[in-house]
Design a protein around this ligand. Structure first.
Ligand SMILES: [Zn+2]
Length: 240
């Protein structure tokens, strides 16, 4: 069992290094010539073989780019670690093969959404829209299509109303993200995850204001709170 989990962790780290390529590529997708290949963020030299797994480089080499000697940014290692750990949780939590696949795909979509929203305040359609379709498809396979459709419509619907009422205080990316959460987690899971996200967002928002790290008018991306709520519901607490 422990070996299986170790194998799943390694698979997660491997997939995490691919997610890193995506996270680096997406903001410069219109100008980048490197495409989805792994390249050093400092010197642009393509990485090959084990160099693409930055966690490996951190543990067994100096954590520097082999070509320019610059340190690999912490984000690369965080993404690989997160993918490894979350995939192990998905594997432990899932009830049967298809459920494990559902949870795994869900967390592998949420990781790049989290990191891209934190840095660029965007939630790419290229992740959320196929995410909604995949969530519905996998839920249908698990016999939960009704709850998934209701979850997607309710999640997207509630946030759409908030986005309209606050006139852009919440973006359309958040609307599609919460529809995706509903498609994967069903109505009840989506509602619990939304509640956790809203509470978390309120607490962190107050702390940022109190510490004067952000002003009232500053833009704070809401996606990371919604994503944290979704991760807690899918991997930690039981809602059904
Ligand atoms: Zn380099």
């Amino acid at each position: 069992m422990i070996w299986m989990k170790l194998g799943v962790f390694c698979l997660g780290v491997l997939l995490g290094s691919l997610l890193n390529n995506f996270i680096s590529w997406w903001p410069q997708r219109e100008t980048s010539s490197a495409g989805l290949r792994a390249v050093c963020p400092h010197c642009g030299h393509p990485w090959q073989g084990l160099e693409t797994i930055t966690l490996w480089g951190r543990l067994f080499a100096e954590g520097r780019c082999h070509y320019c000697g610059d340190h690999v940014p912490l984000r690369y290692i965080l993404v690989e670690l997160a993918a490894g750990i979350l995939l192990v949780l998905a594997y432990s939590r899932g009830q049967g093969m298809l459920d494990v696949i559902r949870l795994s795909i869900f967390v592998l979509l949420l990781i790049p959404l989290m990191f891209i929203d934190l840095k660029h305040h965007r939630l790419p359609n290229i992740l959320t829209l196929p995410g909604i379709a995949l969530g519905l498809l996998l839920s249908a396979g698990l016999g939960q299509i009704k709850s998934a459709v209701l979850g997607a419509l309710t999640g997207g619907g509630i946030l759409f109303i908030v986005a309209v009422v606050t006139r852009g205080g919440l973006g359309m990316g958040d609307v599609k993200l919460q529809a995706m959460v509903g498609a994967f987690l069903g109505l009840r899971g989506m509602l619990v995850s939304l509640t956790i996200g809203v509470i978390l967002g309120g607490i962190i928002g107050l702390i940022l204001l109190a510490l004067r790290l952000k002003g009232r008018k500053d833009m704070v991306p809401y996606g990371p709170f919604l994503i944290t709520g979704a991760l807690i519901v899918s991997l930690v607490i039981q809602t059904g």
